[in-house]
Write a new protein. Structure first.
Length: 274
């Protein structure tokens, strides 16, 4: 019964505007049909039919536009809710975990750094998932010899990425960029990437677009944070800023895990022995 009432209501929403628009015209033209030749009467009736058809088309188009606007509003509200959940439960958990991380001594922090990096990568991937297909996030740490970037954290689709090593096109390029603390790197399509032509012919990465940010604190680089997707142009400017925010969290954890060693003589307030 409810569905029948709904259908009658929708039919009425379409019929009433048509009747309201066509009835005055029909009443005005009705006297012109009395005692006129059939040909002229047919022209008047045909004009009324065309008029009703135009009104019907306009009413249906307006209803379609209204439904499209309502659908867009619902989609936008759902996307906003997803982002709010990601920020609240994803980024919020990272801040809470970082506070707990700071309570450990440096030795424990170093052993827990990989777990923190995993959580950071997972939170970032969860945030991007609603609008980036098959998104993957990875955290890399510089090797002690500064000759490799080794993955220590992973989140999202796909497997953990491999190590970037010195002596390979992407390895040399990324190592130089990380050590210099370069700006965020955004590639919308790897086919236009400057090093794609130098790839090994058998190298087939899963990503088509990516964002990479150096994990850095002041003048010291610890590694990099990347997000990638098999889809081209998958990331927007807001995504780049949020990747940078998570990279700052990871950089803070790295500073806590690898605190700078102060010269004991300088720390005592005296000049070092020359």
């Amino acid at each position: 019964m409810g569905q029948g009432n709904g259908r009658r209501g929708r039919a009425g929403d379409v019929a009433l505007p048509i009747v309201a628009a066509a009835l005055p015209t029909a009443v005005f033209q009705l006297p012109n049909l009395v005692g006129v030749p059939v040909g002229r009467a047919w022209l008047v009736v045909s004009g009324l039919v065309v008029f009703v058809a135009v009104v019907l088309w306009q009413v249906l188009r307006a209803r379609h536009a209204a439904r499209a606007r309502a659908s867009a509003e619902e989609t936008g509200a759902a996307a906003l809710a997803a982002y709010e959940v990601a920020v609240q439960y994803g980024f919020g958990q990272i801040a809470t975990r970082l506070a707990r991380f700071s309570g450990h001594d440096p030795v424990v922090r170093r052993t827990e750094l990989s777990a923190f990096a995993d959580r950071a990568a997972a939170a970032l991937a969860f945030y991007l998932l609603p609008h980036v297909p098959d998104v993957r996030a990875n955290v890399y740490l510089l090797a002690p010899a500064l000759d490799a970037l080794e993955p220590i954290g992973h989140g999202g689709a796909g497997d953990t990425a491999g190590t970037f090593r010195a002596g390979t096109p992407y390895g040399d390029r990324n190592l130089e960029w990380v050590l210099q603390g370069g700006p965020p790197r955004v590639v919308g399509d790897r086919e236009s990437d400057v090093d794609a032509e130098d790839d090994d012919p058998e190298f087939e990465p899963r990503w088509r677009s990516y964002v990479a940010v150096v994990v850095r604190s002041e003048d010291y680089s610890f590694g990099m944070l990347t997000v990638d997707s098999p889809a081209p142009d998958a990331f927007v400017d807001l995504d780049v800023r949020n990747v940078a925010v998570i990279a700052e969290f990871v950089a803070t954890a790295c500073v806590l895990a690898f605190p700078p060693v102060l010269d004991p003589v300088s720390a005592a307030g005296t000049e070092p022995v020359r």
